[in-house]
Design a protein around this ligand. Structure first.
Ligand code: ZN
Length: 682
């Protein structure tokens, strides 16, 4: 039996292999194709239930199987997976492109929306129909003739280009390493150094002794600590340069993302033009909260202006501290290092200090306890097939009933995309046969793997990342919506999607939470109060520069997609944006856009600003907890009911107002970022 065709209780991730893909898709595509033909035929009435009864199950089955494959391609890539995925991508894209623009379905959906009975449908149903109509329009359903063909051809090409963009970043990351004597690793935390030495040992690059060879890589658990702690400036510079040039024309031509980026952006603008929009951003913003590219640009520039004074002070302090450390000019490969030293001298803490207090198993249990007491759910270990031995599985229960399940894939390894994300493996859905399908989620991180019998140890930043992804997971798993297109994270405006995730980050700064999630790896002691106070005191350290950096990425993304033609001068655009926000110029060889996965291989095109947009909402939402007590169960229950459970079934603003009793304001964000003073000064 082909595991991709197995509709049992849980996907068999341990059994799904590249060879299963083509035969499974032969069948799934044929089923979906037949359903599409039937749904468009006169035999099926223009009625929501009638259409769903014919179409939804086969299409969901196809989408779910393809989703499993996309997931495996992202976390356990191999030459075979890549080939199988690439071979089948065109026909899957072709089907979904035709589905999104199908003239008969579009006509029936319009008929449903304009029928007298429409007003009598439940609000959730009406939103599902209205969203579907909008998506038909954005999918090119109203296009005719050559324009229609061109639109579909662009979809196919974009799918291929995005896949290659991501693979290039992965390949370039995996391909690079630096072998060097372990003696050059002075300053590195012992766990990072151990990891580098065992990697060299496994690769046969060293003699295995403590004085032997170490291997550095560009994977986050190695790269970030090296940049932040390695005393050897040349080592930092080598690692920084390799990362800055990733997937660019300065490396192997086969991994150069430059031509791909230009083509992707140009094709997006062309699609927008086909749909009568001035640029891609205008198209991308239709289903989002923000009204226009100008509104977003003004929002971002306002944030940059407010963060500017803090950032300038921070930069001057970094430069002064760099000089005190004997570094005349502060180079990009010095910034994290000097920043950590300065933070240590000001607050007695740096990013690595807390690692021994945050063994992953303890952090996870503490996080589960928090969620259980706050939201009235239980999280218990589950048993399910996984794609890697390090992956764990968990069930989410409420009053003994299973709400959903999730897999957690915590550690960095070759063949796994960098970063951290939550992805749906299945959505909650009242199926046409009346059965309730429960949601499944993947939580993927890239933490340091366990070493020599010691558990994975997290930095506080890692803890925040885990809380963030868990917030996405709760959004997906605690939904109570039965409509497939609006349950979990589906149907949520993309610039509000980070609300539940960024909201969760706040708890990682609370003393009672930190006590619960910490236990020193050697002594088992919780985090001492003195360290917590230093952590709190350092919370806003570098916040101005961090804000400018985030705004820089978001402005780059928005201008690339709001100014047709900028794709021909991406490097220049990056420099313009940098000076626009007031950041010091990076070295000419910095090619950071070439690895900007969110925008070129993710769903964030003309949407990266959403991190900041949603932070206004999340900071203000968290302020409700600060006002009522951060563990107030009534506030937690309201959060679950009005935001997590409802998700995309209402506009995000309605969810927010239902929770908060008023629209959001910027105050809480500025306070949380320590930028309030600067804001009041002007
Ligand atoms: Zn997120």
């Amino acid at each position: 039996m082909n595991p991709l065709l197995d509709d049992g209780a849980l996907p068999r991730f341990d059994a799904i292999a590249p060879a299963h893909l083509t035969p499974a898709l032969d069948l799934l595509l044929a089923e979906a194709e037949a359903a599409l033909t039937a749904a468009g035929s006169p035999a099926v009435a223009a009625d929501v239930d009638a259409l769903a009864g014919v179409l939804d199950a086969p299409v969901e089955r196809l989408r779910r199987a393809w989703g499993h494959v996309g997931h495996l391609h992202a976390v356990a890539d191999s030459a075979d997976w890549r080939a199988a995925y690439g071979d089948n991508l065109p026909r899957v894209t072709d089907f979904f492109t035709r589905l999104a623009a199908d003239p008969a379905l579009y006509a029936k959906t319009r008929a449903i929306a304009s029928a007298p009975a429409f007003a009598g449908l439940p609000a959730v149903r009406r939103k599902a129909v209205a969203d579907a109509l909008r998506d038909f329009e954005l999918g090119g359903a109203a296009l005719q003739g050559p324009a229609r063909e061109r639109f579909a051809a662009i979809e196919a090409r974009l799918a291929e280009l995005s896949q290659r963009f991501g693979e290039n970043v992965l390949d370039a990351t995996d391909a690079w390493h630096l072998d060097l004597p372990a003696t050059r690793l002075a300053g590195l935390p012992p766990d990072v150094r151990r990891a580098a030495q065992s990697l060299a040992r496994e690769a046969g690059a060293g003699d295995g002794t403590d004085k032997g060879t170490a291997r550095l890589t560009l994977h986050a658990p190695c790269r970030l600590p090296v940049l932040a702690t390695a005393e050897d400036r040349a080592v930092r510079e080598t690692v920084w340069r390799a990362h800055a040039q990733l997937a660019s024309e300065l490396g192997p031509a086969a991994q150069d993302n430059g031509p791909l980026m230009r083509e992707i952006a140009a094709l997006r603008h062309e699609q927008a033009a086909l749909l009568g929009r001035p640029h891609y951003a205008a198209l991308s913003l239709v289903p989002k909260m923000a009204g226009s590219a100008d509104e977003v640009l003004a929002f971002l520039r306002d944030l940059a202006r407010r963060a500017g004074p803090s950032a300038a002070r921070e930069l001057a302090a970094l430069q002064a501290h760099g000089r005190a450390l004997g570094l005349d000019t502060l180079q990009p490969w010095d910034r994290a290092f000097v920043g950590e030293r300065l933070k240590q001298s000001l607050h007695g803490i740096d990013d690595e200090t807390l690692r021994p207090w945050f063994p992953l198993p303890r952090v996870l249990q503490g996080l589960f306890d928090l969620v259980e007491s706050l939201l009235g759910v239980r999280i218990v270990p589950g048993d399910a097939p996984a794609w890697h031995p390090d992956v764990t599985h968990h069930r989410v229960l409420q009053d003994g009933r299973e709400l959903g399940r999730f897999w957690l894939d915590p550690y960095a390894r070759p063949g796994k995309q960098s970063g951290a994300w939550m992805d749906e493996a299945r959505a909650r859905w009242r199926r046409p046969d009346g059965q309730l399908q429960t949601p499944l989620a993947h939580l993927v991180c890239n933490f340091m793997p366990p070493q020599d019998g010691r558990p994975s140890l997290l930095t506080h930043d890692d803890v925040i990342t885990l809380f963030h992804e868990f917030g996405h997971g709760l959004h997906h798993l605690l939904t109570q919506v039965d409509e497939l297109s609006l349950s979990g994270i589906a149907g949520v405006e993309w610039d509000a999607a980070e609300l539940p995730s960024q909201f969760m980050e706040n708890f990682a700064w609370e003393w009672p939470v930190l006590q619960r999630i910490s236990a020193h790896v050697d002594s088992g002691e919780p985090l001492p109060r003195t360290l917590f106070e230093r952590l709190t005191a350092s919370r806003h350290f570098g916040a101005g520069l961090r804000m400018l950096r985030g705004v820089e990425y978001a402005l780059f993304d928005m201008r690339l997609h709001a100014e047709p033609g900028t794709e021909a001068r991406i490097a220049a655009l990056a420099r313009e944006v940098e000076s626009e926000v007031g950041l010091p110029p990076r070295p000419a060889e910095d090619r950071w856009p070439q690895a900007f996965l969110h925008v070129f291989d993710g769903g964030y095109a003309a949407g990266y600003y959403g991190y900041h947009w949603a932070e206004v909402l999340s900071a203000d939402a968290y302020a409700a907890f600060e006002e009522a007590g951060v563990f107030d169960p009534a506030t937690g229950e309201r959060w679950r009911r009005q935001v997590l459970a409802t998700g995309g079934s209402r506009p995000a603003l309605e969810n927010f107002v239902a929770f908060r009793g008023r629209p959001p304001t910027l105050d809480a964000l500025l306070r949380h970022q320590g930028l309030q003073e600067a804001a009041e000064a002007d």
